[in-house]
Design a protein around this ligand. Structure first.
Ligand SMILES: [Zn+2]
Length: 319
């Protein structure tokens, strides 16, 4: 996939230049002791317009058996919104007298004490019964107007953000997913992810993204993860260790975001020199810096992830 002339050339490739710029900024900001800026989710998905059961307090969408159970129970209620007693109370709602709770199961996870703080950190998951109440079983007792009604009205009036697709980015992405037979799903969910199980990328709806740069950043990030699939660059960080090893997950996240950073710059969507779409660059930086802080600023991790990302970006572009 790489050519030897490229490897031997003394000049940096465009991809190396981009990662070097990001690395330089990381090193400067770490040595200056700059505070870590929070990463901002590049989309905003509101669930008020859909019929699937969800939790308006945590913004969580119920999955699997809870999804089925609450969908059925929802037919006896007026709303698709459910939340636990404590969550409703904290948010200023009181449960109406005589309301019956619905029982669901909640996955809980904690870090295995024996592996805590090590590279082999493991997460253990178990299930706990939990009672939830429907929105039509509660009454807002806090100050001002019911925030759910207020948010609902805002969502109703919200115009989808519109922006033009960027041809070069579309071509890189669509050529790659067609060549590799990767499934691409758009759903009105508050999430974006790559699933190894069925080799698919799921993105929230395009209109939920704040800008085209943010959209392609997220899209390329998830495509970056997909290059780690067994049939491609075979990175064990995503194929085996992602969910139970924090160090592997962190390194994989760095690879995905560096990949996105390279591709955005290559498509001319961002530019480190002119500051084009600086907000997106800053957010990529915040994401990467956030993960690096979790690893005590290990510089070998930065270089390792950056070189993996160059390979991932070349793979996506079919270089
Ligand atoms: Zn990721």
């Amino acid at each position: 996939m790489t050519t030897s002339t490229k490897r031997n050339a003394p000049k940096l490739t465009a991809k190396e230049r981009v990662t070097n710029q990001m690395i330089k900024r990381l090193e400067d900001s770490i040595s200056n002791g700059d505070p870590v800026a929070p990463w901002l989710k590049p989309w905003q998905a509101d669930r008020y317009d859909v019929t699937v059961p969800w939790n308006p307090i945590s913004k969580h969408e119920y999955q699997r058996s809870n999804f089925i159970l609450l969908s059925i129970m929802g037919t006896f209620h007026e709303s698709n919104m459910w939340s636990g007693f404590q969550q409703w109370s904290k948010a200023g709602y009181k449960i109406n007298k005589g309301s019956k709770a619905t029982n669901i199961i909640r996955p809980m996870s904690f870090v295995d004490e024996k592996t805590k703080g090590t590279d082999e950190e493991k997460t253990i998951t178990f299930f706990k019964a939990e009672s939830v109440f429907n929105y039509d079983q509660v009454t807002y007792a806090g100050e001002g107007l019911d925030p759910i009604i207020v948010r609902y009205a805002e969502t109703e009036n919200k115009k989808p953000r519109s922006w033009n697709p960027i041809k070069r980015a579309e071509k890189i992405a669509s050529d790659y997913i067609a060549r590799e037979n990767i499934k691409l799903n758009f759903k009105n969910v508050d999430a974006a992810f790559y699933a190894t199980a069925d080799d698919s990328v799921t993105l929230t709806l395009q209109e939920n993204f704040k800008s085209s740069a943010d959209y392609y950043d997220t899209y390329f990030h998830e495509l970056g993860h997909s290059t780690g699939n067994k049939s491609r660059l075979n990175r064990s960080d995503i194929t085996k260790n992602y969910s139970n090893n924090k160090a592997c997950r962190g390194r994989e996240e760095l690879v995905a975001e560096f990949t996105s950073s390279i591709l955005l710059s290559h498509c001319g969507i961002t530019d480190f020199e002119t500051g084009k779409n600086q907000e997106t660059i800053d957010n990529q930086f915040a994401y990467i810096r956030g993960w690096i802080e979790a690893f005590k600023r290990d510089s070998s991790l930065i270089l390792d992830s950056a070189s993996r990302a160059i390979k991932a970006a070349e793979f996506i572009e079919g270089v």
